[in-house]
Design a protein around this ligand. Structure first.
Ligand code: MTE
Length: 318
């Protein structure tokens, strides 16, 4: 994976209105919400000054899995991206976002399951299950963000397809549309972008399929209309713009592992003890901050996920 040195000019611009509205909303929620007493909060009433901003999610459950760390600004989350289908530089995905056509959108489900088929996005992701999940995202390039996703648990979606006992893994594919997506006209990766998880990882409640962030529909550059988010793994596992889900018996191929097997393993759990062959993974720079911070095992989610890897040598299965 290419590594880019973050320039000061890349990250220090003023935050946009959306973010201040969002932070106000969070403060309001923190002040007025106690524990599990609240199941759903009406969004519209919490954006009093939203003007003509496009609001997509009218009510959202708050998740017990969210971090309360300071959020990365909406501006930084949506203009500092990795989405090679839309270009290699961090600013390219936003600039080229209009090339990705997201409506209508369907997802093909295939492989080891009893209910394969083609599902429209609205049948796959039920609005009643939408939640806000505030997660850290740690990129293999040693930067990180804190992102308020809107999504649903992946496991709940996968169970609806009734995976068979042979379904040991699940593989995901991004849209393949080289006529429209400029990055796919160059052989920088094996297209379409593909990723995979072991089935028990995929069923873990921390895994979500995201459809939004900051209370709004996902911007194209962040993987609209549907992307995976696996917060304890390096960011490249969180595949964007998913059009195909395949249950498999064997460990599936993944784009970055095909591109550089010594550098990018199948598991790719965030692990400060296992360096990338070309750089250390001990520290990270939170976008918007000046000083580096220590990277945490499993990106700080060890209590929830370490048991998935109990008997494994994580230096071997990186
Ligand atoms: N998914 C696709 N289809 N193409 C990509 O290039 N980049 C990955 C991941 N998902 C990528 C992708 C990488 S390297 C990272 S760090 C995250 O998306 C970045 O997500 P973000 O741009 O929303 O921060």
């Amino acid at each position: 994976m290419l590594i880019k040195v973050v320039k000061k000019s890349d990250v220090n611009e003023h935050h946009v209105t959306d973010e201040s509205l969002y932070l106000n909303r969070r403060r309001f929620m923190q002040a007025s919400v106690s524990g599990a007493a609240i199941a759903a909060v009406p969004f519209m009433s919490l954006y009093p000054a939203a003007g003509n901003a496009k609001l997509e999610f009218n009510s959202l459950k708050k998740s017990k899995y969210s971090t309360d760390e300071e959020l990365t600004s909406f501006d930084d989350i949506t203009r500092y991206n990795n989405f090679y289908e839309l270009g290699l530089k961090k600013g390219d995905p936003k600039r080229n976002a209009h090339h990705l056509k997201v409506k209508p959108w369907a997802v093909k489900v295939e492989g080891e399951c009893e209910k394969p088929g083609e599902y429209g996005l609205e049948d796959l992701i039920l609005p009643s299950e939408h939640e806000e999940r505030i997660y850290r995202l740690r990129c293999v390039e040693a930067w990180s963000m804190v992102i308020p996703w809107v999504g649903v648990e992946l496991g709940g979606v996968l169970k609806r397809f009734h995976p068979t006992s042979k379904a040991k893994y699940v593989q995901f594919f991004t849209i393949y549309d080289p006529d429209n997506l400029p990055g796919q006209r160059r052989p920088v990766l094996e297209w379409p972008y593909r990723e995979g998880l072991r089935i028990d990882e995929a069923m873990h409640p921390l895994c979500i399929l995201a459809v939004g962030l900051y209370g709004k529909e996902l911007p194209n550059q962040n993987g609209a209309p549907l992307r995976l988010v696996v917060p304890w793994k390096y960011g490249f596992k969180s595949i964007k713009s998913i059009v195909r889900i395949r249950f498999t018996e064997k460990q599936p191929a993944t784009s970055w592992n095909l591109a550089g097997p010594r550098e990018y393993g199948f598991y790719s759990n965030v692990n400060p003890e296992v360096d990338h062959p070309r750089w250390s993974q001990k520290k990270e720079r939170r976008i918007g901050e000046v000083f580096k911070r220590n990277t945490l095992m499993f990106n700080g989610y060890a209590d929830q996920v370490a048991s998935l890897y109990e008997s494994m040598d994580l230096a071997k299965y990186y």
